[in-house]
Design a protein around this ligand. Structure first.
Ligand code: NAD
Length: 255
């Protein structure tokens, strides 16, 4: 992508940006001139290398903990762009779903989005400009079995986003979801063994008959494609795009 400096002077926090989609969004924003703050878990040396590569700050708050989120937001200060992207999955039939996993998925995928947003909004309103982008999922629109916590959290994120968009409609701050289908990232790779177990399938069967079965294009979405969509939503020309849920899912939810 050419460096056009579209986001020069903007400060952006991308949660869950040490890996996968969040990292791709951080790279895409940085390439457009934004100053990027990374967040996420992972190996300290690898994170330091990413920071160096992107000239980025890093805050390692564990987003399962509302107090840690509040401390992070206070430490970071005013933001122009907030991307709530950190997320986790757990695959299990509902009757066996560990209750602590349910709580963790809801805490990270949903409640953390509320906490960062409530902390970021006052400065955005004061400035009269802001972009809030929440990584939801095709599972914010439709469902698959054995992902009850994830699907509930993502449907809720879509509802939360619409609400915030309406609350902020006249303030210069937009709020939108990006809803990917299957993107080739560690999260997808990591759930293959659980899906094999839950459905009694081989790895190849899970990839071809479960994951890509959903995507008419028969291709995984690539992380940099999601990054490009995030950049679009940050542009001035996207100022009237708010409360939307942007599918990037190879046609999955068109069916
Ligand atoms: P990933 O596992 O590659 O990255 C997840 C990121 O979240 C990592 O940076 C990780 O460190 C961070 N994270 C996890 N737990 C955390 C915690 N407690 N506190 C702070 N950070 C934490 O996953 P990904 O595939 O890039 O997923 C990113 C987002 O995209 C998630 O919200 C996911 O639900 C969503 N999504 C992914 C896909 C896909 O196909 N990969 C599809 C639709 C939606």
């Amino acid at each position: 992508m050419p460096e056009t400096g579209l986001l020069e002077g903007k400060r952006a926090l991308i949660t869950g940006s040490t890996s996968g989609i969040g990292l791709a969004m951080a790279k895409a924003l940085q390439a457009e001139g934004a100053s990027v703050i990374l967040n996420g878990l992972g190996d300290a040396d690898e994170i330091a290398a990413l920071q160096k590569e992107l000239g980025a700050d890093y805050n390692g708050a564990n987003l399962l903990d509302p107090a840690a989120i509040e401390a992070m937001m206070e430490e970071i200060g005013p933001l122009d762009i907030l991307i709530n992207n950190a997320g986790m999955q757990h695959v299990s039939p509902v009757e066996d779903f560990p209750t602590e996993k349910w709580d963790a998925v809801i805490a990270l995928n949903l409640s953390a989005v509320f906490h960062t947003t409530r902390c970021a909004v006052p400065a955005m309103k004061e400035k009269g400009w802001g972009r809030i982008i929440n990584t939801a999922s095709a599972h914010s629109i439709t469902a698959s079995p054995f992902k009850s916590a994830y699907n509930a959290s993502k449907h809720a994120v879509a509802g939360f986003t619409k609400t915030i968009a309406l609350e902020l409609a006249q303030s210069g701050v937009t709020a939108n979801c990006i809803s990917p289908g299957y993107v080739w990232t560690p999260l997808i790779e990591g759930q293959i063994p659980d899906t094999m177990k839950a459905r009694g399938l081989s790895r190849e069967e899970v990839i071809n008959d479960v994951l890509l079965a959903k995507q008419p294009t028969k291709k995984f979405v690539q992380p940099h494609e999601v990054g490009a969509l995030a950049v679009f939503l940050c542009r001035e020309e996207a100022g009237n795009v708010t409360g939307a849920n942007w599918s990037i899912d190879g046609g999955w939810t068109a069916e």
